[in-house]
Structures are given as structure tokens and as C-alpha cells.
Design a protein around this ligand. Structure first.
Ligand code: SF4
Ligand code: SF4
Length: 115
């Protein structure tokens, strides 16, 4: 898959996220699989219709619901930056949890900063 890489505020690469891929392909089978997996993972029912996302830092309104409550996203939006790599306070403690569960996202942001 070519094209530009979309990096979320927290360093997650959206293009690699199954929800993003299912949305771009408009693939309902994939949406059903993800919804099932996420329902098991989060212990509450997630419907396939819920799996629609163009990335959390784009103009698009198609986003997974819980992104609206994400403090990292709200903070990055308030600062009007593409992602946390562009922030003077990077890395702040809001990122601790996501860096622990997903170390690759830290590498992605560090790499952007080194450029
Ligand atoms: S909503 Fe928050 S945790 Fe999710 S990708 Fe965006 S910045 Fe990261
Ligand atoms: S303070 Fe900076 S690094 Fe921390 S969440 Fe906000 S934008 Fe990201």
C-alpha cells in the first residue's frame, strides 16, 4: 500500500490500523471481524458500524467514538500541531500509557523529531 503515512497525535500509524484499512476499503467483513475482536478485548459490544475511521487528526468526521475523549488528541488539537512530535512539551506524561502498551508509537514520534 503506497501513499502518505498518517501519524496520529500519539504516534500510532493510522495506515496500519485495521479500522483505518477497513474504512478505506469499505470492507464490511473486515469491520465485522474487528468489531468481534474489540468486543472481546474491551468486554462490551462494539458494532461493525462503529468501525469507521479516517484517522484522529484529519478533518474527516469518520472516527472511532472513543477518540473524542482522548486527552492526547484534544491536547494536540488545541496546540494545532500535526502530532505530539511537534510539541515543545514532548514527551509529556499523557503519553506514558500508550508508549508502554505500544512502544512503536514512541519510536515513530522520536523519528519524526530527529528529522
Ligand atoms: S485518539 Fe488518541 S490514542 Fe487514539 S490514535 Fe488518536 S491520539 Fe492516539
Ligand atoms: S502536551 Fe504535547 S506531547 Fe503531551 S499530549 Fe499534548 S501535544 Fe502531545
Amino acid at each position: 500500500m503506497g501513499g502518505e503515512r498518517i501519524v496520529a497525535y500519539c504516534g500510532v500509524v493510522c495506515n496500519k490500523c485495521p479500522a483505518y484499512i477497513a474504512t478505506q476499503k469499505n470492507d464490511d467483513n473486515m469491520r465485522r471481524d474487528i468489531a468481534k475482536r474489540w468486543s472481546e478485548m474491551y468486554g462490551s459490544e462494539i458494532k461493525p458500524e462503529y468501525v469507521n475511521c479516517d484517522g484522529c487528526n484529519t478533518e474527516s468526521e469518520r472516527r472511532i467514538d472513543f477518540t473524542n475523549q482522548c486527552q492526547i488528541r484534544l491536547c494536540g488539537m488545541a496546540k494545532d500541531i500535526p502530532n505530539c512530535a511537534f510539541c515543545d512539551d514532548y514527551p509529556c506524561d499523557k503519553l506514558d500509557e500508550i508508549f508502554k502498551s505500544n512502544p512503536t508509537s514512541k519510536n515513530t514520534l522520536d523519528e519524526i523529531r530527529d528529522r
